[in-house]
Ligand binder design. Structure first.
Ligand code: FMN
Length: 188
């Protein structure tokens, strides 16, 4: 029989590791990026996602002002970039320069850039913001406007080809991981 020990602090860590994304927003000539792992699909009809944003995040303020953002899926090559955009605020530094972000304009004219080196990215339009869900974060629900994946690493039926696309995941603190084994469930 397995024994369980009660977890008393940071209990949400049981839900990690989980993918970590680079979220990018721009408004009025300012572009900024942050790391975010509390991001999730929400619904299929219509296709919506949700994300928790710390209330004082500069990226979040640009999202509030512009109503749009991109969610960039990254790989272990972008680990230091993720750490860089996730540990300083665009209020103090120009993260595009400081963190060496290579940005590209949207192929479809969407008004927020994406990472040129991303595995893929979602272009999202804010549907609704919930300010009363917690003291530290707001919940943003957004429509998927468009999504792009790097050629050859994404299968429309099964998603990321995990032998080729190593999606970066956040464990805790400075610890990250990436899927190492592909497990396929039996059909019955
Ligand atoms: C691995 C990792 C995951 C993070 N996940 C989130 C998240 O889901 N939501 C959030 O608001 N901040 C998250 N952060 C913190 C922000 O990235 C951080 O506060 C950043 O400095 C905000 O920058 P900004 O003020 O320029 O927007 C995460 C940071 C790291 C390193």
């Amino acid at each position: 029989m397995p024994q369980f020990e009660r977890v008393e602090s940071k209990r949400y860590r049981l839900l990690h590791p989980r993918p970590v994304y680079v979220i990018i927003a721009s408004h009025d000539g300012r572009v900024n990026a942050m790391a975010a792992s509390w991001v999730s699909p929400l619904s299929e009809e219509p296709e919506r996602i949700m994300a928790a944003f710390e209330k004082d995040s500069y990226t979040y303020s640009l999202i509030r002002a512009s109503g749009v953002f991109t969610v960039n899926v990254v790989s272990p090559e972008q680990l230091q970039l993720v750490w860089c955009v996730g540990t300083r605020s665009g209020r103090e530094v120009d993260k595009v320069r400081e963190c060496g972000l290579r940005l590209e304009e949207s192929p479809g004219g969407f008004p927020a850039p994406h990472l040129a080196d991303a595995l893929g990215f979602i272009e999202a339009r804010v549907f609704r913001v919930y300010e009363d869900v917690a003291e530290d974060v707001d919940l943003v629900v957004a429509d998927v406007a468009a999504a792009y994946a790097r050629s050859g690493v994404y299968n429309p039926r099964y998603g990321w080809e995990l032998q080729k696309a190593h999606v970066l995941m956040h464990a805790s603190g400075r610890a990250f991981t990436t899927p190492g084994r592909l497990l396929v469930a039996r059909s019955k």
